[in-house]
Design a protein around this ligand. Sequence first.
Ligand SMILES: Cc1ncc(COP(=O)(O)O)c(C=O)c1O
Length: 371
Amino acid sequence: MTPPASKTAPRAKSGILDIQAYVPGKSKAADPTLVPVKLSSNENILGCSPAALAVYQAGADHLNRYPDSTNADLRQAIADRYRLEPERLVFGCGSDEIFALLNQVYLEPGDNIVMGQYGFTAYAIGARACQAQVRYADEPQLRTHVDNMLALVDERTRIVFFANPSNPTGTIIDDAEVARLHAGLPGDVILVIDGAYAEFCTERGFSDGLDLARTAGNIVVTRTFSKLHGLEGLRVGWGYCPEPVAAAVDRIRLPFNVNIPAQEAAIAALADQDFQERSLQLVQTWRPWLIQQLGGIGLEVIPSHANFVLVAFPQAPDRRTAAAAEAYLAERGWLVRGLKNYGLPDHLRVTIGLEQHMRAVAEALAAFMKG
Ligand SMILES: Cc1ncc(COP(=O)(O)O)c(C=O)c1O
């Protein structure tokens, strides 16, 4: 007997097809003859540590081997560097995977997560995949707002996510505010402090959350090798969790989720202080420069603590729009990030690049604004 037509095709779980897939930064120009400079994904423009690259290339000799599923050497290297208990670390294919794993471990259908209005979209995608709801806290002045977050927490809230510094805004909240957010949460709600950009912030009163997490039973701090270390393509992230959280995540992760060259290159990258210093120096030099230049041509630039800046375009009726600026830059080979899908259609995000990139982008935007 032929089954009814509606039963012949696989059907995604309820809610899956309502999820908007993650939109990455553009990497290609419309003109195929143009080799663009990509300033749209907050990548490290300097590349990566030469030592990490050498180790990665040597890793090609053992592609027939499974990786160490416990990440023992990388685990020890991170534990030593940050003075953490090795057994409290978890590893992922980027920190993205750690968000997804936490969602899978803690969310039942009908539970919810709380995150900021402009928060990183990966948190929400993973939560929705678990048939949980996403509650967005308003972010006045484009900053994480502790009271707005706490006001959304209810008995079905399992996880509160925020990045510090935040993406795409680049803003931070200080240690006292982070502590207040944590203190306002019930002990069974996990607070995820996403530190993807933590190394770029040197502001007094800011820290990466690891110290607070040491003694808390419900804080997870995530970090990545994708930004300061320039290993975006290798996909290595880690999380510092309370031990029971780490043990639960470990039960469901894929057994070999960080590959051999990635583990080895991450260890080498962590040891390469010179590359880290150069990467930081570049951002610390050209971030304030770009902010000042763009301010001088009538654009508002949100004070950023990460390796990018968020630029606000004027809202007057006959204005020059962010979308037109994005297209104008792309035609000239400069790819920046439009933020319509973050609810910021009047903003563009620009990753800090080399001196010549920053000068050229500032010049192009000045010409664009003049019309
Ligand atoms: C705030 C934030 N968290 C996490 C990530 C993901 O990093 P990873 O490459 O480790 O998955 C990004 C990447 O852009 C990010 O902006």
